[in-house]
Design a protein around this ligand. Sequence first.
Ligand code: UD1
Length: 418
Amino acid sequence: MPSIIVTGGRSLSGTVRVGGAKNSALKLMAAAVLAAGESVIHNVPEISDVDVMAQVLEGLGVRVTRDGHSVRIDASQVTSVETPYELVAQMRASIVVLGPLVARFGRARVAMPGGCNIGSRKIDMHVHGLEHLGAEIAFEHGYIDALAPDGLTGAQVILDFPSVGATENLLMASVLARGTTVIDNAAREPEIGDLVDMLVAMGARITGRGSSTLEVEGVGTLSPVEHSTVGDRIEAGTFIVAGALTGGPVTVTGFDPTHLEMLLTKLRAAGCTLDVQSDSVTVTREGGIRPVDVATLPYPGFPTDMQAQFMALMALAEGDSVITENVFENRFMFADEIKRMGADIDIEGHRALVRGVPALQGAPVVCPDLRGGAALVLAGLVAEGDTVVTDIHHIMRGYEDFTGKLAALGADVTLDGE
Ligand code: UD1
């Protein structure tokens, strides 16, 4: 069974460059389906979720060619509008093809995502939003069937919650709809700004980028484009926390630090010194880790995708902190694993009380999910002895060469049994 073996206690220093954002690249690839022709997306990370999205597109008859970090997507010939369960089950973000397919072809058939280990993760807002735009939706044999034979029509859609996926699906559905669509209470994550940039370059008419109200004036057709993916703020945040845990100095480049302001504020409060430049952050820490409370919220709030990594830091703080998870239910599976390394954490509902301990001990642990898996490796960097992390396919979904990048900073970390 492949595993990551970390021997704790090494100091980390140097520079690490992050790749393009996973959460953006997957949606940009889906957006390419909106235009008949070949789009090229650069700065796409080599991770398994991108492989799955490539398979989703190939299943539609789209030609996908990878060349390092560039992906060519030729959607001239789309021969199917169906995405099967075997792909959606591997990656629920596959449902983001729903919007572009209904928009361009008037129909889509996408398997319903199953339960997920991060809460129930519903899709009601995606579905209701498409219905508002005039799609007829049926649920049959485990599939969502969306039909709009005469095309979609612009409408006002107010989301119950600023869902990232629903905002993206509705944005991609509305760019080819007749008339004006207003998406209210839209998510404001930087990856949505990146999607808006690509759609606008393709010829879409969208205003309100970066705000919670997106207004889309539908156009007849879109053209293929060349676009570069925004830097991955979550990969960056993960390495910044690695620097915070080990003391640094660690410089993380290749992303926009304004996309991580809440994390950086919390790290300063925890006793880290940060040198913030236009596309990099250098983190150092000399004193002890101060306890800091955080509550996850939609952007620009504290990212839920940084919650586990921050919990690893707080596990070693000189005092108690409270971490509140407001975005997903049941996103504390990581706590059970790090407790096996000696962390003192009590979970009550969506709050975790983390009582800092002086040290963690290496232990065999299992990745609960993508970010929790990365956070276990971070904990291993400062634990006494060896930590053996298994089920690392979760980490491969979203981090390119995670162990190689950590080793280049001086970590004693190896990938075993590939
Ligand atoms: C995306 C990111 C994920 C990140 C999350 C929140 C990708 C591939 N994934 O996930 O890494 O953690 O944003 O920043 O981009 N919800 C509903 N009904 C819906 C849609 C969502 O109730 O129709 C709920 C979900 O169950 C969850 C919350 O809304 O509790 C947030 O989900 P959402 O913002 O949609 O996250 P994703 O797009 O799935």
